[in-house]
Design a protein around this ligand. Structure first.
Ligand SMILES: N[C@@H](CCC(=O)N[C@@H](CS)C(=O)NCC(=O)O)C(=O)O
Length: 226
C-alpha cells in the first residue's frame, strides 16, 4: 500500500517528522522517501516545486494526490487508513476536543520555538537586535510553562490529550523533541522531561528519529537556561 506514497523530507525538520510519525503509526512503512538537504537548497529543487509551489518540506504524495502541509497529511493519513495501525483520533468528546485544542496550540508553540532557534536564519544580520531575541526567548519560556502545566494537570505517564496517544502527540512531539535537542532542562521542566522520555521509546518516534541527531547525539545547548 505504502509503495504508492512518496515523502520528500529534511532531517531535523519538525513538520517532516510529524508526517513520518503518522506514517509509522498507521503501519505505512515502505513508502518511497528522499532525504533532501536544506543547506544545498534542495527544498527549492524542481522536484519539490513541481509538487509544492512553496518549495518546502515535507512534500508528500499518495498516488496522484498531493498533501504537503504536515497537519493536513496527518489528518489525511488517519482518515484514509482509519482501521489500519493505531487509531489517532479518540472517540470521546472531551478527549477529542482536547486533542484538537493542543494540536492547534502546537502551531503557536512551534512558531515560538523557531523565533528563537532559527532567529539568525530568519532575520538578516542588519535587522537583528539582542532585545528582540531576548523577547522571543521570554515568549518561548512562557509557552513552555504553559505546556508544563498542561502535562502536570493530566498526571503521570500521560500523552498530550490524555491517556491515549493521539494526533496531538504526532504533531507536537517533534517540537518538544527539538527543544530538548537544544538543551532544555528536564529538571526545570519535569513534566515535559517525563513526556519526552516516554515518547523517545515509542516505536514510531524511534523509527523516525532525525538521522543527523543519531550521528551527533549531542545538540547545541542554547535553550538550557530557559
Ligand atoms: N506549514 C508547513 C511548514 C513546512 C516548513 O516550514 N518546512 C520548512 C522546513 S522545517 C521548510 O521547508 N522551509 C524552507 C522554506 O520555507 O523555504 C507544514 O507544516 O508542513
Amino acid at each position: 500500500m505504502a509503495k504508492d506514497m512518496t515523502l520528500l523530507w529534511g532531517t531535523g525538520s519538525p513538520p517532516c517528522w510529524r508526517v513520518m510519525i503518522a506514517l509509522e503509526e498507521k503501519n505505512l512503512q515502505g513508502y518511497n522517501q528522499k532525504l533532501l538537504s536544506f543547506d544545498k537548497m534542495e527544498h527549492k529543487s524542481q522536484q519539490v516545486l513541481d509538487l509544492n509551489p512553496r518549495g518546502q518540506l515535507p512534500t508528500f504524495k499518495h498516488g496522484d494526490t498531493v498533501v504537503n502541509e504536515s497537519y493536513a497529511a496527518c489528518f489525511y493519513l488517519e482518515s484514509q487508513f482509519k482501521s489500519q495501525g493505531n487509531k489517532l483520533i479518540p472517540d470521546g468528546q472531551k478527549e477529542q476536543a482536547l486533542m484538537y485544542q493542543r494540536m492547534f496550540e502546537g502551531l503557536t508553540f512551534y512558531e515560538k520555538l523557531t523565533a528563537v532557534i532559527y532567529y539568525e536564519w530568519f532575520v538578516p544580520e542588519e535587522e537583528r537586535h539582542d532585545s528582540a531575541l531576548k523577547r522571543n526567548k521570554e515568549a518561548l519560556t512562557a509557552e513552555l510553562k504553559l505546556w508544563e502545566s498542561y502535562l502536570e494537570k493530566l498526571g503521570p505517564n500521560t500523552y498530550l490529550a490524555g491517556p491515549a496517544f493521539t494526533l496531538a502527540d504526532v504533531t507536537v512531539f517533534p517540537t518538544i523533541g527539538t527543544i530538548f535537542r537544544y538543551g532544555l532542562s528536564a529538571e526545570r521542566y519535569p513534566n515535559l522531561g517525563a513526556y519526552h522520555a516516554l515518547m523517545k521509546e515509542r516505536p514510531s518516534v524511534k523509527a523516525s528519529w532525525p538521522p543527523h541527531w543519531l550521528e551527533n547525539p549531542k545538540g547545541d545547548d542554547s535553550l538550557k537556561d530557559l
